[in-house]
Design a protein around this ligand. Structure first.
Ligand SMILES: Cc1cc2nc3c(=O)[nH]c(=O)nc-3n(C[C@H](O)[C@H](O)[C@H](O)COP(=O)(O)OP(=O)(O)OC[C@H]3O[C@@H](n4cnc5c(N)ncnc54)[C@H](O)[C@@H]3O)c2cc1C
Length: 389
């Protein structure tokens, strides 16, 4: 079998790339390790930057997003029992949209299926071959059968635990990593959100985030020790702890209910350099991870997809290799800016076990500066709505 681009991974990066290439008449095959139902069952990101919104529109998959997504013109930050607002619209002229990653993925699958796109599910033993030549190929197993696809390029969109990054020889890649000494315990509940905008809360008991998916579906998180398990936390214990971490006025308004999903995610900052090796290109979580504070994971995956899609379009339509030759360098500049913002916002809002009283004063002083200084707010808002591609 032959195609122009083999895309490993049927998460948001892989599907978005496949759909954008399809719009440009470039063929691809997506190889996904899991079932579609499994991929759609993952509850993850929910805040989309304008760059991702534009890509969804360009890919022709924005109808439901534009009808059902919630535009957020600002966000709330709480600390020391008070709350202030960062007004994205006023500070930057831009906004973000709340529309779940699950919905983005669902819309992309629907579009790929409607277009007769080739997606192989439940593939095993994916191996990437000869990417330093002009004729790479990918082998895998599906349903116990060995398969081989010849292609021009391979896009590694297979997340942090995929095979693509590992296919770059170890001595040729450098990995930069920071792990955080806590995780996020998240719950989903069929209750109205606490506010129409997100609330990020710094508290001496630890970070909390009040988020949402729609008018009757809320997503809440609290910082927790990495040793905790979701089953250690009853719903009542979760709600009680959340109320202790947000200002009293908001705690009094919080509508609680049974959780319909509960999970713990570790926090990590990670970047692999380079993001390409011959004709293999890494996109999204395959190349980098950010802590979720500030919602940059999915959005940074989208900017990689934009750079790679533009580069492939330039290659196929203009016979110009400049985009593919410079992909890694270009993508990494923006990746590191997203890493910086996510690290800064995480450091500002969480309690760290080794934090001294001086460190706590510094954190509060920085929050106070952000609350009262328009330049600081503008810098925060520009990063939050998304730096230009
Ligand atoms: C719990 C959690 C909460 C998050 N919350 C947010 C948030 O609020 N905001 C935000 O912006 N980001 C968030 N993120 C990050 C965001 O979800 C990711 O950045 C995003 O999913 C990246 O998309 P991706 O397609 O690059 O990778 P993935 O979504 O990981 O998709 C990769 C796909 O590749 C498949 N795969 C893996 N290995 C192979 C293989 N060998 N062969 C074939 N297929 C393979 C996987 O099954 C998967 O479907 C969160 C992540 C987690 C885990």
């Amino acid at each position: 079998m032959k195609t122009q681009v083999v895309i490993i991974g049927g998460g948001p990066s892989g599907l978005l790339l496949a759909q954008l290439l399809h719009v440009q008449g470039i063929s691809s095959v997506v190889l996904e390790r899991k079932t579609k139902e499994y991929v759609l069952g993952r509850i993850r990101a929910g805040v989309l930057e304008r760059g991702l919104l534009d890509l969804m529109r360009e890919a022709g998959v924005s109808k439901r997003m534009d009808a059902e997504g919630f535009v957020h013109n600002g966000t709330l930050i709480a600390y020391d029992n008070k709350t202030f607002r960062i007004d994205f619209a006023q500070l930057t002229g831009n906004s973000v949209m709340v529309y779940g990653q699950t919905e983005v993925t669902r819309d992309l699958y629907a579009a790929r299926e409607a277009a007769g796109g080739n997606i192989e599910f439940e593939v095993e033993d994916v191996e990437i071959h000869d990417v330093k030549s002009d004729a790479p190929f990918v082998t895998f197993q599906v349903g116990g059968e060995n398969r081989r696809i010849e292609c021009d390029f391979v896009a590694g969109c297979d997340g942090f635990h995929g095979v693509s990054r590992q296919s770059i020889p170890q001595e040729k890649r450098q990995e930069f990593e920071k792990t955080y000494p806590f995780g996020w315990l998240g719950i989903l509940s069929e209750t109205p959100p606490l506010d129409h905008e997100l609330i990020y809360a710094n508290s001496p008991r630890g970070f909390a985030l009040c988020s949402m998916r729609n008018a009757n579906l809320s997503r809440y998180y609290i910082q927790c020790p990495l040793s905790d398990k979701p089953e250690d936390w009853s719903d009542d214990a979760f709600w009680l702890e959340l109320k202790r971490r947000i200002p009293a006025e908001q705690a009094a308004k919080l509508v609680t209910g049974p959780s319909i999903e509960k999970s713990i995610a570790p926090l990590r900052s990670f970047v692999c350099e380079p993001m390409q090796w011959g004709r293999l290109f890494l996109c999204g979580d395959a190349a980098h991870i950010v802590p979720p504070t500030g919602a940059k994971g999915l959005n940074t995956a989208a900017s990689d997809v934009q750079y790679l899609y533009s580069a492939l379009r330039q290659y196929y339509h203009e016979n110009d290799t400049a985009g593919i030759d410079g992909y890694s360098e270009k993508a990494l500049v923006r990746v590191w800016k997203a890493e910086r913002f996510s690290w800064w916002f995480s450091s500002l809002l969480h309690s760290f076990p080794e934090q001294s009283e001086f460190d706590q004063k510094m954190q509060l002083s920085e929050l106070e500066f952000l609350r009262t200084n328009e330049s600081a707010q503008k810098a925060m808002a520009e990063n939050y709505v998304g730096l230009p591609y």
